[in-house]
Write a new protein. Structure first.
Length: 280
């Protein structure tokens, strides 16, 4: 019998010769697993409420803190980047025994998810991208590593926190006040520089639009002016605008976020009645 109880556990990995110890949450169950990748300055707990929502009852769940974030550890913080996080995700999925899954990624986790889906599209049943980078204009957080440079990682992070605390956007103060507890300062530069590089140079939009699977792009109403939204819609991407939110719908309007994810995944399976199911 399945329950809505999440299990907390650790996962030891070696990524490109670097030791990683992931703090994970998971649930066994029946049906297609749901895999969640969190954003910069966030943790796996952003998604823990999935276990309480009837729409996802009984389904396998897997999420973890990225290396250098939350409770997870990394023996060399300088190695952390989006390519490193992609390799971590693939290794963690294999270790967890998850082959095919519905993928949900936010911001940094959305970009990592996009790279994962591009590399292994046959493993992704559907992809919910919550404001993950698909264009250069998405680097409003990560580009600060160049716009407001500081040689001291701790000082950069404190200044980053102050700027975001004062921003006139939904949940910005809530987000900012917890960042220092959720990411190691030494991991920030590699993450941000790689996010900007990929956004500027890796043709992320083409990668996203070419994915041969159901895709939804979720964004807060304060970001409804993103220039590429009509382009996404005209290319078959479902759009989900979350009211009373900007970049953090899981903080500003979680009930609507979960409702839209559940509805999207249900439609994806209605459109693909022969979709494969899996257990974890």
């Amino acid at each position: 019998m399945t329950t809505n109880t999440l299990t907390r556990h650790w996962m030891e990995l070696t990524i490109d010769g670097t030791g990683v110890r992931l703090s994970c949450i998971s649930r066994k169950g029946a049906g297609m697993p749901i895999v969640f990748l969190h954003g910069f300055g966030s943790t796996k707990e952003d998604y823990a409420d999935v276990a309480l929502h009837p729409a996802f009852a009984g389904r396998p769940i897997f999420a973890y803190d990225a290396p250098g974030c939350g409770e997870s550890e990394c023996s060399d913080l300088d190695r952390i980047s989006i390519p490193f996080l992609l390799k971590t995700a693939l290794a963690a999925l294999d270790e967890q025994g998850i082959d095919r899954f519905d993928l949900v990624g936010h911001s940094m986790g959305g970009l990592t998810s996009l790279m994962l889906a591009h590399q292994a599209p046959e493993r992704v049943a559907s992809f919910t991208d919550i404001e993950g980078n698909v264009a250069p204009e998405d680097c409003f957080l990560s580009r600060q590593i160049f716009l407001h440079p500081h040689e001291d990682p701790e000082e950069f992070l404190e200044d980053f926190i102050a700027r975001n605390w004062a921003a006139p956007f939904y949940s910005s103060p809530l987000y900012a006040t917890s960042v220092r507890y959720k990411v190691r300062a030494g991991a920030v530069r590699g993450i941000f520089e790689s996010m900007v590089d990929l956004s500027d140079n890796a043709d992320l939009m083409a990668k996203f639009l070419s994915l041969p699977l159901p895709r939804m792009f979720m964004y807060g109403e304060q970001n409804k002016t993103l220039s590429y939204l009509p382009h996404l819609a005209s290319n078959g991407v479902a759009l989900a605008e979350i009211p009373h939110s900007r970049h953090f719908p899981m903080y500003s309007n979680a009930p609507e976020m979960w409702r839209r994810i559940a509805a999207f995944q249900a439609r994806a399976y209605e459109d693909s009645p022969s979709a494969e199911t899996a257990c974890a």
